[in-house]
Ligand binder design. Structure first.
Ligand SMILES: Nc1ncnc2c1ncn2[C@@H]1O[C@H](COP(=O)(O)OP(=O)(O)OP(=O)(O)O)[C@@H](O)[C@H]1O
Length: 310
């Protein structure tokens, strides 16, 4: 249990007759950057809210940092930084004063080090220059970064970030990714929810995929990639004949267009495909073997695409 920063067993949440989260068994190894991926409405936020004790599960149990939740003794949550719904920022206070206010309200924070910690947190999210401006003048991206800074006011063993790049421009998105990487390099475990594949591909070591309240896959990113079977693609003016050769060789999931035939290779060697095509007299203009993108893998798992536009 101790090698997992987050572990849940049968975690379930019903809202009336709707099952928003259905028997989810999460396993987030310590030190991982775990991408909690799923389309909008698949149950990510509800799961995260249960993990943090913001709502009670209908069924199931979980541990954070090796401790059983809920955290009645208050030992665990101070070691967990969370970005779920923006903390209650005051619109007329500056970014820096908002952090001062939050830190002062935290009984586990040391007042003596507050200024240094606040300065450091603002610096980490790139808000030092803007920290004197009133919160209500902040862009959505600045608000999001201030919320992350609030989660970084103390050293954290576990960071739980719900859609941390929501509302950020490309530059802000890159900064948050770099920040997540730096936090992980310092030893923190990061659980971040997202509906963006690019986010997972660029920063995560592990992935959990939610679909309609169910965790449909959970693996190291590298394993998820290698689960994906490569496809052979033949460019030709004789796609029907080419597809016949692929079928005979045992390729699966065949597809044909006016100018190409393709199929999943499975155990068939690409060289064998090429030589059989030539023997069958198919005029081949091009031949490629493509590993499917992560998007293909996710579409396969969830039966639908992701909103990649952000
Ligand atoms: N308080 C609530 N009362 C009723 N239904 C809810 C409540 N909170 C969430 N739901 C429903 O539970 C389902 C899962 O929602 P959830 O917000 O967890 O999904 P999500 O994957 O985080 O999506 P998003 O990215 O849009 O936040 C949705 O159908 C949502 O409408």
């Amino acid at each position: 249990m101790t090698d997992l920063a987050v572990a849940s067993h049968g975690l379930t949440k019903r809202f009336g007759s709707q099952v928003a989260v259905n028997a989810v068994d999460l396993a987030v190894p310590r030190g991982a950057v775990y991408g909690f991926l799923g389309p909008n409405g698949s149950g990510k936020t509800t799961t995260i809210r249960m993990l943090l004790g913001l709502i009670a599960p209908t069924a199931g149990s979980h541990h954070l940092l090796g401790e059983t939740m809920p955290d009645r003794a208050g030992h665990v949550l101070p070691r967990v930084g969370a970005l779920v719904e923006g903390p209650g920022f005051h619109p007329y206070l500056s970014g820096r004063d908002n952090l001062r206010r939050l830190d002062a309200a935290d009984r586990t924070a040391t007042a003596r080090t507050a200024e240094a910690r606040i300065g450091d947190a603002l610096d980490r999210v790139g808000l030092t220059a803007a920290a004197g401006k009133r919160y209500r003048t902040f862009s959505l991206g600045m608000k999001q970064r201030l919320a992350i800074a609030a989660a970084l006011l103390k050293p954290r063993e576990l960071l739980v970030l719900d859609e941390p790049t929501n509302g950020l421009d490309p530059q802000g998105t890159r900064e948050v990714r770099t920040l997540v990487g730096a936090l992980a390099a310092e030893g923190a475990t990061v659980l971040l929810s997202t509906h963006l594949l690019a986010e997972v591909e660029q920063v995560c070591t592990h992935v959990g995929v939610m679909h309609r309240g169910t965790l449909v896959a959970q693996e190291p990113l590298a394993d998820l990639r290698s689960d994906a079977a490569p496809r052979a693609r033949v460019l030709t003016d004789q796609p029907a004949e080419a597809a016949q050769v692929l079928r005979t060789l045992g390729l699966t999931e065949l597809a044909e267009t006016a100018s190409e035939a393709s199929g999943q290779l499975g155990a068939v060697a690409p060289e064998k495909v090429v030589s059989d095509l030539v023997h069958a007299g198919v005029a081949v203009r091009g031949f490629t073997v493509e590993a499917p993108s992560l998007e293909d893998v996710f579409v396969h798992l969830t039966g639908r695409g992701f909103d990649v536009s952000g």
